[in-house]
Write a protein that binds this ligand. Structure first.
Ligand SMILES: C[S@@+](CC[C@H](N)C(=O)[O-])C[C@H]1O[C@@H](n2cnc3c(N)ncnc32)[C@H](O)[C@@H]1O
Length: 261
């Protein structure tokens, strides 16, 4: 086993996998996952809504906006409909660079590298706190003179300092040209999205699991999209971003897609 993998402390990538019904997790992850669910019963629904948003956003960008390059930071463990599968279903020549810093995601990365012969997929073991390194590594696979969809789903919440989180986004978006996109999801305590239950759950998480997490309010989330043209329907619960049907709940996870003018 990779000696960076700790089985005595719950890790976000593995607990997220547990909430999504995956098998790549340990007893400690399932125990913490169940306790968080006791504080915040809709967390499984949040995880599923986030993945469904990823599918709709990537499909839109590949099919309608003509994007052929995706930089998916905070990838998570392989699951159904990973970014390359969604993108390459529409555009077999799409290129995808995945980035995560969790050692277990690294050990499963091969499952993310099974793209089409026309396209390319690459995996980079890197930390979002070092965006320059991510840009340099991505440049080996992506043509950074052409539009890129930078995807940060459920990851800026692990950058606890909001100014640093903004700076990371600015660095990444400065490295890609006009016509590029930023795809974001982020948990919130906002009552308008029913997020109050997140508070106790996050406090529990921060005492019992890693990495530590924070929620952000609407104004903070909107600030990550500064300088971008936000696509309709704007900043909403990720479950309400161009939903396939009018049914479906609001979850306490903001979602938005912005285009670099
Ligand atoms: C909540 S999961 C989201 C996974 C996927 N993006 C999704 O939306 O389903 C967050 C992922 O971010 C990764 N992550 C957390 N902090 C990170 C950091 N500083 N650098 C890189 N990845 C990080 C975790 O390992 C985990 O796989």
């Amino acid at each position: 086993m990779n000696d960076r993998i700790r089985t005595d402390v719950a890790h976000n990538a593995r607990v997220w996998n547990y909430w999504l019904g995956g098998k790549d997790n340990y007893p400690v992850d399932r125990a913490v996952g169940d306790q968080v669910t006791a504080f915040y019963p809709s967390i499984g629904e949040v995880a599923r809504a986030d993945r469904a948003f990823l599918g709709r956003a990537v499909t839109h960008l590949a099919a309608e906006a003509g994007v052929r390059q995706f930089l998916d930071i905070g990838t998570g463990l392989p699951t159904a409909d990973n970014t390359h599968e969604v993108a390459q279903r529409v555009a077999p020549d799409a290129r995808i660079v995945y980035v995560d810093n969790d050692p277990i995601v690294l050990t499963h990365a091969r499952a993310l590298l099974t793209g089409t012969p026309e396209g390319r997929t690459e995996y980079v073991d890197a930390d979002a706190h070092a965006p320059e390194r991510i840009v340099a590594a991505a440049a080996a696979t992506l043509d950074l003179s052409r539009p890129v969809a930078v995807m940060m789903l459920g990851i800026l919440n692990f950058v606890l300092d909001t100014e640093e989180a903004r700076s990371i986004v600015r660095t990444l978006m400065a490295a890609v040209p006009s016509g590029s996109y930023l795809v974001l999801t982020h948990p919130t305590l906002e009552p308008e999205l029913g997020g109050e239950g997140n508070k106790a759950a996050m406090a529990f998480w921060n005492e019992n699991a890693t990495p530590p997490i924070t929620a952000r309010d609407r104004a903070e989330f909107v600030s990550f999209l500064d300088g971008l043209d936000v696509l309709e329907p704007g900043v909403v619960s990720c479950a309400r971003w161009r939903p396939a049907s009018a049914a479906g709940h609001t979850v306490a996870q903001f979602g938005a897609v912005g285009r670099k003018p």
